[in-house]
Ligand binder design. Structure first.
Ligand SMILES: NC(=O)c1ccc[n+]([C@@H]2O[C@H](COP(=O)([O-])OP(=O)(O)OC[C@H]3O[C@@H](n4cnc5c(N)ncnc54)[C@H](OP(=O)(O)O)[C@@H]3O)[C@@H](O)[C@H]2O)c1
Length: 247
């Protein structure tokens, strides 16, 4: 088992990519801790993953974030893997239609939230020579005409650069920091864009491989980065997107 004895924290593990990732890491020997703000969804997810613990928390709240890491250390004594996955996708609007609250909300969850968890986790990852995997997006790599959600793109692009900054800064502690940029993946987040058969065909065709992705296809990439298979890989930005970003 690739992750035997490892303690892995996956933010936003109640559904979608985070849930699939937690399941895959658990199947590969890790003890997983998942977070989300919705307690009911979190409990349901925990019941489906062996060796999982759920901690209800809001990534926008610094005390909640501190409490998650504190509880993990109290219960398990260490932390090996942090997957910065929790995120939201706002309504698609042009820049001049977005108000400042909408902008701040997305940045608070998708960017400052990742800062909060990483900041709390680093002192423990320094002790275990641990690994951080950031879930960014193709939207952080390129612009999409008519499909821009500016605050989302800004948050995801920032996470790509932060991956490189953190990788460089903490290489001395043997912490590896890597990043995955998914294309469109079949989750609750993308449901609004996949309502009709026509929508689905459009999205499938946007990806050179001819289909959108499944959450476990991102989870398998996380497993690679979290395991010793990637022992010499840090600061890498991996598009897992059916070729979408090369167009
Ligand atoms: N799906 C895609 O096509 C796609 C593509 C590229 C990148 N991504 C990125 O992949 C990540 C996961 O996306 P997904 O598609 O799996 O989304 P999802 O199905 O909507 O799940 C989002 C997760 O984030 C959690 N979350 C949201 N706001 C939170 C908050 N304030 N505090 C704590 N947890 C919060 C949710 O918890 P609750 O259940 O409590 O709401 C849920 O567990 C995101 O960062 C997203 O930007 C997704």
């Amino acid at each position: 088992m690739k992750l035997s004895g490892k303690i892995a924290l996956i933010t936003g593990g109640s559904r979608g990519i985070g849930f699939a990732t937690a399941k895959i890491l658990s199947e590969n020997g890790a003890i997983v801790i998942i977070t989300s703000k919705n307690q009911e969804r979190l409990e349901k997810a925990v019941s489906k993953i062996p060796n999982a613990t759920g901690i209800t928390s809001d990534i926008r709240n610094t005390n909640d974030v501190k409490n998650v890491v504190k509880k993990i250390i109290e219960k398990f004594g260490k932390l090996d893997i942090l997957v910065n996955n929790a995120g939201i996708f706002p309504k698609i609007k042009q820049l001049h239609e977005i108000n400042e609250d909408e902008w701040n909300e997305v940045l608070d969850v998708n960017l400052t939230g990742q800062f909060r968890f990483t900041k709390e986790a680093i002192p423990y990852l320094q002790k275990t020579s641990g690994s951080i995997i950031n879930i960014s997006s193709d939207a952080g790599l390129k612009a999409y005409q008519g499909f821009n959600a500016d605050a989302y793109s800004a948050s995801k692009a920032a996470l790509i650069l932060l991956t490189k900054c953190w990788a460089l800064e903490y290489a001395k502690d043997k912490i590896r920091v890597n990043c995955i940029c998914p294309g469109v993946v079949d989750t609750d987040m993308t449901k609004p864009f996949l309502k009709t058969q026509k929508d689905k065909e459009f999205m499938d065709n946007e990806h050179p491989i001819g289909r959108i992705g499944q959450p476990q296809e991102i989870g398998k990439a996380v497993l690679y980065f979290a395991s010793d298979d990637a022992s010499w890989t840090t600061g890498a930005i991996l598009a897992v997107d059916g070729g979408e970003s090369i167009k």
